[in-house]
Design a protein around this ligand. Structure first.
Ligand SMILES: Cc1ncc(COP(=O)(O)O)c(C=O)c1O
Length: 471
């Protein structure tokens, strides 16, 4: 006879599978607002408990209509993967196994799986084989960890031990980033006591790429420790900074270069994208994301650091109650001590896709991004603002209109597309104008989804333009 636990898990497996299998048929947008969901959940703290099956039923009933369809095939709102089945199933086991993954002796399987999955990532991406990998919550903490290792190392080279002595009195670090670095790079600089506004922001080109000539100019005037950040995959254009050139300039000055590859690091697995990724392996650290292109469930990212000693000096933790030894302890590579075993879903996705599968998926999404761009660009009043080199499409609506009118109508169209629910897209301000952002990233997205979504975007645009623009 099934135990109560088995009955519970079988029951939720049915509900979860129905939810996932129904993703394509459901609206691409949540049907209810945050305010409505808050009202749904807003009850006083209960005095008495409830049997577990009833709790789960109640949870399911309360969330109904308020879940974002992020696993669906027409979700293009942000760069968020669809958490494919292998990663999802491994993640369920991760929860069931409940390994607190800080220490290799405490959780040998989780620690070993993570170590090997990290080696696979480094191998797949062609990064320096000596690199160490920390399994963090996502790109934000990957940037934080890489920049922390860099801060440690450039100060160590200047004769300062920041881990012991802090930043007060330390030689000042020159932080150099692109003008359009992702906001999480600035968050990391804040967390690291380096200040978001103190960073030197190097001018970029029309795709948001750091201009190598401007970077060279800036760096040539700097004296003292340099910590630089470049990106592989711009948030709106998908463009890659000229990392190889930047790395040479930074290294000539004894500095450290971190690459924010939350979106684009996986392009390293695709030979045809070598023109984008050239020189990427010359950096000192890289941030990558599992829950974006690798399609693991939330929340998994990778902090990859060439110098494992610098990585460990920045993140290492020891205490008499934690078993030591020379093994790789997961907690020595991330900001947290206690955390879930992120290696299992990562390993499962890499095992399920293989080298070929990762490359095919990235290649397919790049082709689909180009497909949606071409379909949209056929309209006389729609312009694609970026070179579609990756999975990002930056769409400007109303290019024949006054800029302020086009801005207003573009923002209204994003809201209309979301209300229609055929697909989900986001909006942003880029290069001084309002755009529609289309991020092609879902594991299950087909060409038919792309075509239906392009048509839905144009249809919403036509209605907004004629109904509200009066133009
Ligand atoms: C370029 C870039 N860097 C960093 C991040 C932050 O990653 P995460 O949200 O996984 O922390 C993102 C997220 O969208 C991103 O697009």
């Amino acid at each position: 006879m099934a135990s109560d636990l088995e009955a519970l898990l079988v029951d939720i497996a049915g509900h979860a599978a129905a939810y996932r299998d129904g993703a394509g048929a459901r609206s691409a947008s949540p049907e209810r607002t945050y305010a409505q969901m808050l009202e749904r959940f807003d009850q006083p703290m209960p005095d008495a408990g409830l049997p577990t099956p009833a709790v789960i039923d109640e949870l399911r009933a309360r969330v109904d209509g308020g879940l974002a369809n992020m696993t669906g095939p027409r979700f293009f709102g942000w760069v968020i993967g669809a958490s494919a089945p292998a990663g999802l199933a491994a993640d369920w086991l991760t929860s069931a196994w409940a390994q607190n993954t800080g220490n290799a002796h405490a959780t040998p399987a989780a620690a070993a799986c993570e170590e090997i999955a990290g080696r696979w990532i480094v191998d797949l991406l062609g990064l320096p084989s000596e690199s160490s990998v920390g399994f963090v919550t996502g790109g934000t903490m990957a940037n934080f960890t890489g920049l922390a290792a860099g801060r440690n190392e450039v100060l160590r080279r200047a004769g300062w031990d920041v881990e012991s002595d802090g930043l007060i009195g330390a030689p000042p670090i020159h932080v150099v980033v692109g003008e359009e670095a992702h906001s999480t790079v600035f968050s990391a600089l804040r967390y690291l006591g380096l200040g978001a506004n103190r960073a030197i922001r190097v001018p970029v080109d029309d795709q948001g790429r750091i201009r190598a000539d401007a970077f060279a100019d800036v760096v040539s005037k700097l004296d003292g420790p340099i910590l630089a950040a470049a990106q592989a995959g711009h948030i709106n254009s998908g463009a890659f900074d000229p990392v190889g050139e930047i790395a040479d300039l930074v290294h000539a000055k004894g500095g450290w270069l971190h690459v924010d590859g939350a979106i684009g690091l996986w392009a390293l697995a695709v030979p045809e994208l070598a023109h984008l990724t050239q020189g990427l392996a010359k950096a000192d650290s890289w941030g990558g994301d599992g829950h974006k292109w690798l399609q693991t469930p939330q929340d998994i990212g990778y902090a990859i650091v060439r110098d494992k000693h610098a990585h460990r000096r920045a993140m290492g933790i020891s205490a008499s109650y934690l078993p030591g030894g020379d093994e790789r302890h997961p907690a020595d590579h991330v900001p947290e001590l206690s955390r879930r075993a992120r290696g299992f879903s990562t390993w499962a996705m890499l095992r399920s896709l293989g080298r070929q599968g990762v490359a095919d998926m990235v290649r397919r999404h790049v082709g689909q991004a180009q497909r949606v761009a071409q379909r949209l660009a056929k309209a006389h009043d729609v312009t694609i603002l970026n070179d579609v080199v990756l999975n990002q499409v930056a769409v400007r609506l109303g290019t024949d209109l006054a800029p302020d009118v086009a801005d207003r109508l573009t923002a209204q169209t994003v809201a209309q597309i979301q209300r229609d629910g055929v697909c989900f897209v986001g909006g942003a301000a880029w290069r001084g104008v309002q755009i529609v952002r289309v991020s092609v990233i879902g594991a299950g997205t087909t060409d038919a989804d792309i075509d239906a979504s392009a048509d839905a975007i144009l249809d919403a645009w036509r209605r907004v333009r004629s109904d509200r623009g009066g133009v």
